[in-house]
Design a protein around this ligand. Structure first.
Ligand code: EPU
Length: 457
């Protein structure tokens, strides 16, 4: 049953009945992928801007929003709190004035990482908050201890229950917060809370990812007083109120990289529009190191290669090689002659997609010792943190089930480089984070369709 143009009609995690069939994507290689892909605003910024809108005393408008599941999940959570959310033609208007509830309903449990970011804004707006346990991809334990510690330092009383997090506060106050690791989400929690807290917050050890800076700039646009200092320090002076603001989101650097790699892995050439070079600097320099050639303009980046050389890469916080680029890069390693190495340092368990690539014919060995220079944060962990890839072996299509969003993209591009047919299930992970992936791949020349298939055992 082909449904190649429409969005998923797979039962979403919101529905209870156990389905007999699920949506899958069927991919047949068609040779080199060539053409243009326009990326929209980034998944990891759009949802945070929707949350920031909760802090205003008038509506905010966010444009260039991607058509992804995470936006609709976040919009439904905001609506459940009483916000009015209108999404149309890539633009979201959020009116936070009618917020009446402090509780994100339990049905949103496990859907994405956004509820924890709503705690600060809810405490400011209604003095208490309940958020269900955070979800997101299954890529290792993803604790919320930094968020809890920061909120507590700012005066919140927090109780963790089996269902989620309960919080209460009078007026929150500024504090000196030092993050043990530059967590993106914990930095965002501090920014979203400190902007309306009483007095000054000094945040040290903070994340400086472009999506975090984008959020800080949006908050500044809303009237927040935020300074950025060297050495991962933000200084935030709380204000009495914030107004709504408008922002056109910057392009998604994870998508941009992933599509550039889809061209390279198939021996083609993809030109990405809508994501500026500055967001891709480490991606470009790393691919350069492998022998890729780039054409870069103010509005586009394209990559091609006659032949690629192997390389050793370790993931890191910004401006390092980002963890979300890791899985498509490992897929590329499988088709690049010689031995390449990937060392994952941000997440404890981000190689869950590797066994499926091996079943397609990739030669990959996994190690739980660091094959790189960054000190491991996961000493003693039994999960692999490094992979060694013997590139150049041919891939053959087979049935694979997506473990997480970025691993899922790695499967699609591996399938594009493989002989035969690959059926990919668990594609709701991809729909949660990629804007119109079927349309984009089809435009690049890939034979890819949505189908209904039996649920994998
Ligand atoms: N960490 C803790 N305690 C905390 C928070 C984080 O130990 O309270 C640890 C995590 O377990 C992880 C590390 O700190 O080992 C980094 O986590 P971070 O908080 O930076 O990640 P996040 O905010 O949960 C966001 C993106 C991820 C992206 C990371 C790193 C969103 C919704 N998610 O996650 O995106 O990988 O930052 O850049 O913004 C993806 O898009 O595929 C994705 C996973």
């Amino acid at each position: 049953m082909d449904n190649s143009t429409g969005k998923s009609n797979t039962p979403s995690p919101l529905e209870d009945a156990a389905p007999e069939t699920t949506e899958g994507w069927v991919v047949n290689s068609t040779g080199p992928l060539k053409g243009d892909v326009s990326v929209r605003g980034s998944k990891n910024a759009v949802t945070k801007h929707l949350v920031a809108a909760m802090l205003g005393d008038s509506p905010s408008t966010i444009s260039n929003i991607p058509d992804i599941g995470d936006v609709s999940i976040t919009a439904r959570m905001l609506e459940a709190l009483g916000c009015e959310v209108n999404i149309d033609e890539g633009r979201a208007i959020v009116d936070p004035r009618p917020i009446s509830s402090s509780r994100v309903p339990i049905r949103f449990s496990g859907m994405n990482r956004i509820p924890i970011l709503m705690v600060g804004p809810l405490l400011h707006r209604v003095g208490e908050a309940f958020v269900p346990l955070v979800g997101g991809d299954d890529i290792g334990s993803r604790p919320i201890d930094f968020h809890v510690q920061a909120l507590t330092q700012m005066g919140a009383q927090i109780e963790l229950t089996e269902e989620g997090l309960e919080a209460k506060a009078g007026r929150l106050r500024g504090a000196h917060i030092e993050l043990p690791y530059p967590s993106v989400g914990a930095t965002e929690t501090v920014l979203l809370t400190a902007v309306l807290a009483e007095g000054r917050t000094v945040l040290d050890g903070a994340a400086t990812e472009p999506e975090v800076i984008e959020l800080a700039l949006f908050l500044q646009r809303m009237g927040a007083r935020i300074e950025m200092r060297p050495n991962r320090r933000y200084i935030i002076d709380g204000v009495e109120s914030l107004s709504g603001a408008a922002h056109h989101l910057k392009g998604d650097r994870i998508e941009a990289f992933s599509y550039l790699v889809s061209g390279l892995i198939t021996g083609g050439e993809v030109r990405v529009l809508g994501c500026s070079q500055d967001r891709l600097v480490t991606a470009i320099s790393t691919l350069h190191g492998m022998g890729a050639r780039f054409e870069i303009t103010d509005s586009s980046v394209s990559a091609k290669a006659a032949e690629l050389k192997p390389i050793a890469v370790e993931t890191d916080t910004h401006p390092g090689f980002m963890t979300d680029w890791q899985s498509p890069m490992v897929a590329l390693f499988t088709q690049c002659k010689g031995i390449s190495v990937m060392y994952e340092t941000v997440y404890e368990n981000r190689f869950t997609y590797v066994p499926a690539l091996k079943s397609m014919g990739a030669e990959i060995e996994m190690y739980n010792t660091p094959l790189g220079s960054i000190e491991s944060r996961f000493v003693g962990s039994s999960t692999p943190c490094s992979v060694l890839v013997r590139g150049g072996s041919p891939l053959t299509g087979c049935d694979v089930d997506v473990p997480d969003i970025r691993g899922g993209f790695a499967y699609v591009i591996a399938a594009a480089a493989a002989e035969g047919t690959t059926t990919i299930t668990g594609t709701h992970h991809l729909d949660r984070g990629y804007n119109k992936p079927i349309e984009n791949f089809t435009n690049l020349g890939l034979d890819i369709t949505r189908v209904q298939v039996p649920v994998p055992k």
